[in-house]
Design a protein around this ligand. Structure first.
Ligand code: 13P
Length: 253
């Protein structure tokens, strides 16, 4: 089933203690009302997933985890298995965020195994891809995306359970973004690959991520094949997060 557009997801990264998190979720919930037309999600640290589910109760906001291990259980000190996250209340999981690829040395095969584990636990998975600055400057963006798509996406991905997030590594947390034309080219390329490979490839949501703010959201979200945004820093401010969502309402490409 195709996720309603826009799909706007907040990746809190390693931010959030109970009091601030409750206030943030409460403020988003207060705006969300009963029935926004798109898809809204928050991805707090795993310590807050269970509470976040209570805070969003009754609102059309889903809660996800930022990572999972590929195994269902075992001797992996400090890791969290997808079934554990599901039991805590997670409804989705981000796999292969560039900060995981960079700081935890996750390669495409690992990301794919994590995505498979997430699906196996009944979670939606948000698979992140994106080129580094060196690859961008060398004109290798599409080549890199091809390799990541081929290596990271689960077989049989459907529009209801898989979301692709295009996050150029050099645009994350930097205030810099690709031009609208570059975003359109990357998303069009990703769409073509999804259509080639999956029966529902035309309907799988492709999100842009990397320095999305209220000031640039409208142009980005109106770009062809941009179905929403994966928002980092700006998702920690309810006004900014909501402004990005509103910019996407009716503007999804
Ligand atoms: P920023 O929005 O802070 O650039 O982060 C983007 C991101 O990494 C979302 O996953």
């Amino acid at each position: 089933m195709r996720l309603p557009r826009p799909v706007v997801l907040g990746n809190w990264k390693m931010n959030g203690l109970v009091d601030d998190a409750r206030a943030l979720v409460g403020a988003v919930k207060a705006r969300a009302g009963d029935a926004p037309t798109g898809t809204l999600g928050v991805f707090p640290p795993a310590t807050l997933i269970e509470r976040a589910r209570e805070w969003v109760a009754g609102a059309p906001i889903f809660v996800g985890a930022q990572d999972c291990h590929h195994a269902p259980k075992g001797a992996y000190t400090g890791d969290l298995a997808a079934p554990m996250l599901a039991e805590a209340g997670a409804q989705a999981v981000i796999c292969g965020h560039s900060e995981r690829r960079q700081y935890h040395f996750e390669d495409d095969a690992t990301v794919r195994a994590k995505a498979d584990a997430g699906l196996g636990a009944g979670l939606k998975v948000v698979v992140c891809i994106g080129e580094t600055e060196d690859e961008y400057l060398a004109g290798k963006t599409l080549e890199r995306l091809d390799a990541q798509l081929a290596g990271s996406l689960p077989e049989g991905s459907t529009a209801g359970d898989v979301v692709v997030a295009y996050e150029p590594v050099w645009a994350i947390g930097t205030g810099r973004t690709p031009t609208d034309q570059e975003i359109e080219a990357a998303h069009g390329h990703i769409r073509a690959r999804l259509v080639e490979r999956f029966a529902e490839g035309g309907d799988i949501a492709i999100l842009y991520g990397g320095s999305v703010k209220p000031s640039n959201a409208k142009a980005i979200l109106a770009t062809s094949n941009v179905d929403g945004a994966l928002v980092g820093g700006a998702s920690l401010d309810a006004d900014d997060f909501w402004a990005i969502y509103e910019a996407g309402l009716g503007a999804s490409g």
